[in-house]
Ligand binder design. Structure first.
Ligand SMILES: [Zn+2]
Length: 385
């Protein structure tokens, strides 16, 4: 039995279950099964708890720490130019917040606070504040955020009711108790202060469902309910500006908020989530079949992101996996799981089979645009085949 992280209803059965190993959002492999539960009451989907969540984030989760320059790619423009996540987040936050002169802004769960730094570069009148659950990133904050405006592990009591705006990018999906988390952000806002939350949209990027450290897979319905239970009123729910993500802006009103569930949209969301879970069950079968047929042949995986890593995690040792192919120029010359990452155009001539590790909603269009993957005799394996 599992309890919904948003509405606390009992959830009796798993909607997706895969044996160990499991893959994390930072492409590490954990020796634990992946289990997804879907709630019909509020439309939330969730993964099981991680064994030791505190230690995982304090010491095991080093996103973007390797190099100053490393940044996650979130899209590739039609001319092939990669677009980086923090640039886009900063531009979107500035547009959605439209902050007044001198406003106080907290980046909560900031890591290196790259997004906040880019906002501050455009708006030096703002008062930047930062919080993270790990001490790994503190050196990246020095010199531009006042020491008293930095906090690690817990937020100071004098931050209650202090902020004009708080943003938290790709954090809420990781927290075990999302309503308590949003309530604590609510308490740090001034009345009429605004909160911006970005999180993955599993409906637009079904891979998110199988990410074991994404404990929450929100739907429109479960998001609205979680915000209302936390005393916040959703103002904007943008699902298009950042492909594969929700950008939600909410305000802290003077009066208490009454949380009401929308049963019809909750059921619709639950059905959609179960459909995604069925996709993953079939994808795992397809991949197991393709891998056993490919024994002894030299192979590459297209995509050094989540889908490509998931394929890798389920491959047996007898495939001769030579390379990862990826469009992101910042990954070229690096290794992923011990294999060189190269540009698709550099695909070695003796590779016989390429496993396509991309969002299945976009994979065929992306691969159609790459002549190197359409040469004579090259076999392509699709997980949704
Ligand atoms: Zn629920």
């Amino acid at each position: 039995m599992n309890h919904c992280r948003v509405c606390a209803s009992d959830i009796a059965t798993t909607a997706y279950e895969a044996s160990a190993p499991a893959l994390t959002s930072v492409m590490t492999i954990l020796d634990m099964p992946t289990q997804v539960f879907v709630c019909d009451t509020c439309g939330h989907a969730q993964c099981a708890d991680l064994p030791d969540i505190q230690t995982f984030y304090d010491t095991g989760y080093k996103i973007s720490l390797g190099s100053e320059d490393h940044d996650q790619i979130f899209a590739v423009a039609t001319d092939g130019t990669p677009i980086f996540r923090t640039d886009h987040q900063a531009a979107l936050a500035l547009r959605l917040f439209d902050l007044p002169e001198g406003a106080s802004l907290l980046d909560y769960g900031a890591a290196k606070a790259t997004t906040l730094r880019k906002i501050f570069a455009t708006r030096p009148d703002l008062q930047p504040h930062v919080f993270d659950v790990s001490s790994d990133y503190a050196s990246a904050w020095q010199g531009w955020i006042e020491p008293e405006n930095q906090a690690i592990y817990s937020t100071p009591s004098q931050w209650a009711g202090r902020f004009d705006a708080i943003m938290t990018h790709f954090v809420l999906e990781h927290v075990a108790e999302p309503v308590a988390f949003l309530s604590s952000l609510h308490d740090m806002l001034k009345v009429d202060g605004r909160l911006l939350v970005s999180i993955p949209d599993v409906a637009a990027n079904p891979g998110d469902m199988a990410v074991v450290d994404h404990l929450n897979h929100f739907s429109d319905a479960s998001l609205r309910y979680a915000f209302a239970k936390s005393g916040l009123i959703v103002e904007t729910m943008d699902r298009t500006s950042f492909p594969g993500a929700f950008f939600v802006v909410a305000t802290r009103p003077q009066a208490p908020v009454i949380a009401e569930r929308d049963q019809a949209s909750a059921l619709q969301a639950a059905d959609r989530s179960r459909g995604i879970c069925d996709f993953w069950t079939k994808a795992a079968q397809n991949l197991d079949d393709a891998v056993s047929k490919a024994a002894g042949r030299s192979a590459a995986i297209y995509g050094a992101g989540f889908y490509g890593s998931w394929i890798f995690s389920r491959m047996e040792k007898h495939i001769e996996l030579r390379n990862f192919l990826d469009q992101n120029p910042k990954l070229h010359g690096t290794e992923h799981f011990g294999r060189p990452v190269i540009a698709p155009a550099q695909l070695p001539i003796d590779i016989e089979i390429v496993f396509i590790g991309l969002n299945p909603l976009k994979a065929r269009e992306a691969i159609a645009a790459l002549p190197a993957l359409h040469r004579e005799g090259l076999e392509l394996v699709w997980i949704d085949a």
